[in-house]
Design a protein around this ligand. Structure first.
Ligand code: AMP
Length: 192
């Protein structure tokens, strides 16, 4: 059976770190839309050039483009058993489309872990990441917009998935290892 996991959490909650660890422990590929856009940017594809104009501002890349990219990625061979979605969906249009997409792939969302971290802790982490990794969109202004976009467009998905009985909150203020072990236990308990 396939296993699809949607990792939710504000920017800086640790979705990327945790998804990479889950990829190793569960053998399910991390599908991170931000990473896919950054890959395209680096290779100067048309998609990358388009995405850059939105990413630099901290805004969402248009749904059509994003969904097409995710469909393409999920249809690749390494996603045959499912995937850990990181950074997608980011709004209700994308969430509705994901359901249709997974039906196409004969799967469904098994669980939506929400990595919960206090807002002040998040901002500190993002500014720290800006210094360590030099990500172009980790400056104060873009971080502010990304937080706004998260609260306005992505946070409503918490209710969306709660109503479907899929949401499970994990304390994201624990150590990386502790968060990881909570996530593994949760996901393993929801695999078909
Ligand atoms: P992330 O690495 O997940 O923080 O994403 C970095 C940037 O990529 C975001 O600020 C958006 O501009 C863009 N992006 C990532 N995922 C999505 C998505 N699902 N929908 C639209 N834009 C996205």
């Amino acid at each position: 059976m396939k296993t699809y996991v949607v990792l939710m959490g504000a920017p800086g909650a640790g979705k990327g770190t945790q998804a990479k660890l889950l990829e190793k422990s569960l053998g399910l590929p991390q599908v991170a839309t931000g990473d896919l856009f950054r890959h395209n940017l680096k290779h100067e594809t048309e998609l990358g050039k388009l995405a850059k104009t939105y990413m630099d501002k901290g805004e969402l890349v248009p749904d059509e483009v994003t969904v097409a990219m995710v469909r393409d990625r999920l249809s690749q061979a390494d996603c045959a058993n499912g995937a850990i979605l990181d950074g997608f969906p980011r709004n209700t249009v994308q969430a509705d489309t994901l359901e249709e997409l997974l039906e196409e792939f004969n799967g469904h969302i098994n669980v939506v872990p929400f990595i919960s971290v206090d807002q002040d802790v998040l901002i500190g982490r993002l500014l720290n990441r800006a210094e360590l990794e030099g990500r172009a969109d980790d400056n104060e202004e873009t971080i502010r917009v990304r937080m706004e976009v998260y609260h306005a467009q992505t946070a409503p998905l918490l209710d969306y998935y709660r109503e479907k009985g899929l949401l499970a909150t994990v304390n994201g203020e624990q150590s990386v290892d502790e968060v990881q072990s909570d996530l593994q236990a949760l996901i393993r308990s929801k695999m078909d």
